[in-house]
Ligand binder design. Structure first.
Ligand code: TPP
Ligand code: SF4
Ligand code: MG
Length: 446
């Protein structure tokens, strides 16, 4: 009998058919991408994986993923998840939500979840605000933030420190990630899921609607934490932290709370796979990058188009949809060029991009729901230019002649895309001043 092995699941297989209604540019889009990438890397069986959430923009994660899900009530996600894990230790339980959900109404549950150390992973998308209910201060909001009508002189109280809290209460894995680094975040989430006990990951995820200044986080977040199992060492790092250091702060050895060990995940050897070569000298690896560059660009354009559709910005939605189609066409052309070259599978964090994401992927914090086609073209032009520069750099530096030849060809193609896009600006002139004025910004209903 001929037994067929099922094809491995891709990150997109873990997304549901529901299109997110988040504001275009919201950090949560990239957190969703990172979560699904981590699931794919760990090959989590869909029938043995569950997302649990509370209420908030960020708490919509279970609806946007295709595994089992429980969109519970405000602040109670950890209670529901604890019950689930105790009843079904064979299921991978991942909890997702916001800073309001997790540290205000759910704060008490957070302390005890850390203390109990049940084997599950808690991802908090921290935007230092209640996004869903239109911008009130949360427990992580800075004491002098004056933009909310409820606290016009600022909350006036010291924000809580979620990582310190988690460490002090006994969480066995403590990390901080950033939505602007979705591949690095995918790695943190994969490590958190694999680590026994309660894993807590604070994700800095900008709310660009009520905290537009958080777009600057991309210049403030920096890598720095290295895992340690020494509590004293981890505590010292947090004392020295500026609230924008990312990485794993603590990976402890405390046994989980009376939960029989689930089967180990058939994961890749993450530690090994993090090793990075220093130059792009392998033609298979180069082609893997070339394909991912276009596929990631297409996925982000689709996401932007969906966001614009949701916010009734049809003209820009059509433009982004068109860009996604171009990227897909280029991806299939690259696949055609690969021919008999053996293209390896790379985990999201194994790609050697010059920045946090593939160079043609739009910066997720730039879009605005009122943006005009002119702005959309600017985004596309920046992407294509980065794509060109990426290939030109490899063409100039690779030690492999075939990689240099292919990279040179691809750089020329990107140059023609750049030239073509520049012509489009004649059709879409710059918008009037005040294009982003809106006296009633969007909010998402529960
Ligand atoms: C018991 C209860 N109290 C209050 C609310 C209103 N409410 C819905 S979401 C939310 C805060 C969400 O903030 P956060 O968890 O930070 O999520 P974000 O929207 O910022 O992602 C509040 C107060 C509610 N749904 N239920
Ligand atoms: S209100 Fe803020 S948190 Fe909610 S979807 Fe919009 S940007 Fe994201
Ligand atoms: Mg929030």
């Amino acid at each position: 009998m001929n037994v067929q092995t099922p094809a491995p699941l891709k990150a997109s297989d873990y997304k549901s058919d529901l299109k997110p209604i988040w504001c275009p540019g919201c950090g949560d889009f990239s957190v969703l991408a990172a979560i699904t990438k981590a699931c794919a890397e760990l090959a989590l069986p869909k029938d043995k994986t569950t997302f649990v959430s509370g209420i908030g923009c960020s708490s919509r994660i279970p609806a946007y993923t295709s595994v089992y899900g429980f969109h519970s009530v405000h602040g109670r996600s950890l209670a529901v998840a604890t019950g689930l894990k105790m009843a079904r230790p064979d299921v991978t339980v991942i909890v997702a939500g916001g800073d309001g959900d997790g540290f205000s109404i759910g704060g008490n549950h957070f302390l005890h979840a850390c203390r109990r150390n049940v084997n599950m992973t808690y991802i908090v998308m921290d935007n230092r605000v209640y996004g869903m209910t239109k911008g009130q201060a949360s427990p992580t909001t800075e004491s002098d933030w004056t933009e909310s009508d409820l606290t016009p002189e600022g909350p006036g109280v010291t924000p809580i420190m979620p990582l310190q809290l988690a460490l002090a209460c006994g969480a066995n894995f403590v990390a901080r990630g950033f939505s602007g680094d979705p591949n690095g975040l995918a790695r943190l989430i994969a490590e958190g899921i694999k680590h026994p006990g309660f894993s807590f990951i604070q994700v800095l995820s900008p709310c660009i609607t009520f905290r537009p200044e958080q777009r600057d986080w991309k210049d403030m977040v920096h890598k720095g934490f290295e895992p340690t199992s020494d509590l004293r060492e981890a505590s010292q790092r947090l004392l020295d932290d500026d609230m924008f250091t990312s990485g794993i702060v603590y990976a402890g050895t405390r046994a989980s709370f009376q939960v029989p060990q689930a089967q180990p995940h058939p994961s890749t050897d993450l530690a090994k796979s993090f090793k990075r070569a220093t130059a792009m000298d392998d033609v298979g690896e180069f082609m893997a990058h070339a394909m991912a560059l276009e596929n990631e660009a297409a996925a982000r354009y689709d996401e932007l188009a969906d966001g614009m559709d949701t916010h009734n910005n049809k003209e820009v939605a059509v433009l982004f949809r068109q860009m996604a189609e171009f990227s897909r066409k280029h991806a299939s052309e690259v696949a055609g060029r690969a021919g008999s070259i053996e293209v390896p599978h790379l985990a999201p964090w194994e790609y050697r991009w010059p920045g946090n994401e593939a160079p043609e992927t739009s910066d997720s914090s730039v879009p605005h729901y009122l943006m005009t086609p002119h702005h959309a073209l600017q985004v596309a032009l920046r992407n294509e230019t980065r794509g060109h520069d990426f290939y030109a750099q490899i063409a100039a530096t690779s030690g492999d002649a075939e990689v240099r030849r292919l990279a040179g060809d691809f750089a020329s193609e990107e140059a023609t895309h750049v030239a073509e896009l520049k012509k489009w600006f004649a059709r879409f002139p710059a918008p009037r001043v005040g294009w982003d004025d809106d006296s009633d910004p969007p909010n998402a209903s529960e």
